[in-house]
Design a protein around this ligand. Structure first.
Ligand code: F6P
Length: 321
């Protein structure tokens, strides 16, 4: 019987992490479990930066971006020694189950702890949406909406000046934020890490639009795209004669109040994680498929390769011309 659990957030923060923390803590307390919050992810685990989580610890955090438990990318924990130390600390502190809220690297860490005999459950939280086993990750929806807000503003100024605005969004090696945002803002071009960039094709589109009297052009570029913003700008300027401006949205996409989707999704996941622990599960990565919560072994979940949704790319092609 589990009596005490711990939870941590790790890697890049994502809007909705707080909603997940709240759901884990409230569900656990309702089931008479003791709850320990580990601050600063795996780095805080190694430093034993622990706080006791009470009902009041999670009041008024649901709507907040960031993570009240703080986060970090821990190099120490990636070493075999760090990993073993982390497992030992959890064992000594009689933690019966650990909930890890984070992206790919964080869930890999949870998998390794599980292999060392620590009961772990992983919740997907990353704006990148690069975990293939789940249709969504906490923070992705909010990040797209933040990008759409910025892209809407850029459309206004692009039109007023008749310029091409090239906008870089986050996503690491995954083009999901870029593709979803490009469709959502009606962009003229999108460059993704998963596709060879057809920059001459884009120049033709922009030239045709100019001949038709269309004034604005928005090009969304995923940060993992093989071409830099400066390279794209140089080719567009030369081939279209248009004035080009570049914008990097950057960490703006990582913050902000989570959308209703992220709040609900994170809340469902948090309660689900505790239910799994109470049922004696371990080594499970939770996610969502066709609107239903699902869980897989870490091994199965993390082995699935993330591919671009071709149907969405085709939709972009159809609607952008
Ligand atoms: O994984 C989330 C993410 O925001 C990526 O999109 C981006 O490449 C990276 O983190 C940035 O990391 P950092 O906040 O450490 O600069």
């Amino acid at each position: 019987m589990i009596k005490k659990i711990a939870l941590l957030t790790s890697g890049g923060d994502a809007p909705g992490m707080n909603a997940a923390i709240r759901a884990v803590v409230k569900t656990a307390l309702k089931n008479d479990l003791e709850v320990i919050g580990i601050r600063r992810g795996y780095e805080g685990l190694l430093d034993q930066d622990f706080i006791e989580m009470k009902r009041g610890s999670v009041s008024d955090i649901l709507q907040r971006g960031g993570t009240m438990l703080l986060t970090a990318r821990s190099e120490r924990f990636k070493t075999p020694q760090g990993l073993a130390e982390g497992a030992e600390i959890l064992r000594k502190d009689r933690i019966g189950g650990l909930v890890v809220i984070g992206g790919n690297g964080s869930l890999c860490g949870a998998q390794k702890l599980n292999e060392l005999g620590i009961t772990t459950i992983g919740l997907p939280a990353t704006i990148d949406n690069d975990l293939a086993y789940t249709e969504a990750s906490i923070g992705f929806d909010t990040a797209i909406n933040t990008a759409l807000y910025a892209l809407g503003n850029l459309r206004d100024t692009s039109y007023s000046h008749g310029r091409v605005n090239v906008v870089q969004v986050m996503g690491r090696h995954c083009g999901d934020i870029a593709l979803h945002a490009a469709i959502g803002c009606g962009a003229e071009g999108v460059f993704l890490p998963e596709r060879e960039p057809d920059i001459m094709g884009l120049c033709n589109i922009i030239n045709k639009r100019r001949d038709l009297g269309c004034l604005l052009n928005i090009v969304v570029v995923a940060e993992g795209c093989p071409l830099s913003l400066e390279e794209i700008k140089a080719v567009l300027t030369k081939q279209t004669g248009a004035e080009v401006r570049t914008t990097v949205l950057g960490h703006i996409q990582r913050g902000g109040s989570p959308t209703s989707y992220d709040r609900l999704f994170a809340s469902r996941l948090g309660a689900y994680a505790v239910d799994l622990l109470l049922k004696g599960a371990s080594g499970r990565a939770c996610g969502i498929k066709y609107g239903r919560l699902v869980d897989f072994s870490f091994e199965d979940a993390l082995a699935i390769k993330k591919n671009l949704d071709e149907s969405l790319y085709e939709l972009f092609e159809l609607l952008s011309k």
